[in-house]
Design a protein around this ligand. Structure first.
Ligand code: ADP
Ligand code: MG
Length: 292
């Protein structure tokens, strides 16, 4: 590796806000065959908004929102923030949660006004012994439109569904197309439900989706993709993504992401633009050519 080529490559990247942390990162980017992208906050803006609300027969929407918001107020998850913002309409008096429990990759539970309230995905509903009943079909419909569906259960009964949308970043589809043009396979990795992930992946031109992955399992899924010696890059933004970034041959952090992701990554995209992923790979390839 000639120091001059590395300096040129690193400098080219820096101009575009593509920060290679070292020469090894630059060299690794030349050989990447698979790019794994986290969905929320990487391919999407990570700014979820409540778009739909469905209640079970006999459930009062305002009262349900009050209970749900009491739980979500204790959570730091971006979905929880969206639910709280939506529920914080004037009029609904605040309730307070006791025995709050965060369930990573699933949701949260607490006791509110003497009721056990669970807010999260299907896995959490199963864990809580909640049968979706008449809400099952609506949950599927909402997920098929690309919404993340939050299930709200009160005292073991499915009481409502909250549909949440998180728009793709403007350049995500273009970034995927450019990666494909470079001969690179693109994989979406997410903790979100399969139908939601598939719909969003379809819009972005991504054909491989690894969904419903628990936060602790992301690194193992990257390792599976590395089987047979395939060189895999992982792009992520969250605390949950850090072990997967470390496992990958090239860990890429979104600049707007968490400190842990940025510290763990080999490469940081300061503009938080997915298009800078193919740019980084092209810089790596050009640098390696000059080193031969
Ligand atoms: P991602 O990999 O998409 O960033 P997470 O692993 O953080 O997602 O969460 C996976 C899923 O768990 C979410 O899509 C959601 O269904 C559910 N979930 C997690 N935390 C919460 C919460 N506080 N409220 C509602 N749902 C939650
Ligand atoms: Mg994320």
């Amino acid at each position: 590796a000639t120091p001059t080529a590395i300096m040129v490559g690193t400098g080219l990247g820096a101009k575009r806000g593509v920060l290679f942390k070292n020469a090894v990162a630059l060299e690794a980017s030349a050989g990447i065959q698979v790019v794994v992208m986290d969905k929320t906050g990487t391919l999407t803006k990570g700014e979820p908004e409540v778009t739909d609300m469905v209640t079970a027969p006999g459930t009062d929407e305002a009262e349900l929102l009050r209970l749900v918001a009491a739980v979500e107020r204790e959570s730091e998850h971006p979905l929880a923030e969206a639910v709280v913002r939506h529920a914080d309409a004037p009029g609904a008096g605040p309730a307070s949660a006791r025995h709050f429990e965060n369930v990573p990759g699933q949701g949260a539970t607490a006791v509110v006004d003497g009721h056990r309230v669970a807010v999260g995905n299907r896995r959490l509903a199963v864990r809580e012994g909640v049968d979706l009943g008449p809400l099952a079909d609506r949950r599927e419909e909402l997920a098929d439109t690309g919404r993340t569906v939050v299930i709200a259960a009160v005292d073991g009964q499915a009481s409502g569904l909250i549909g949440v949308a998180d728009a793709p970043r403007e350049t995500s589809a273009e970034a995927v197309a450019e990666l494909h043009a470079l001969g690179v396979e693109v994989v979406m990795l997410t903790g979100d439900n399969r139908a939601t992930a598939r719909r969003i992946a379809g819009r972005l031109g991504i054909d491989t989706v690894v969904a419903e992955v628990l936060p602790g399992d992301k690194a193992a899924r990257v390792a599976e993709l590395q089987r047979g010696g395939r060189k895999v890059a992982m792009v992520g933004d969250g605390v949950n993504d850090a072990p997967a970034l470390a496992q990958a041959d090239l860990g890429i952090a979104i600049g707007a992401g968490t400190d842990v992701a940025i510290e763990t990554a080999d490469l940081v995209l300061m503009r938080s633009d997915p298009l800078d992923v193919p740019t980084a790979l092209r810089i790596g390839r050009a640098t390696l050519r000059k080193m031969r």
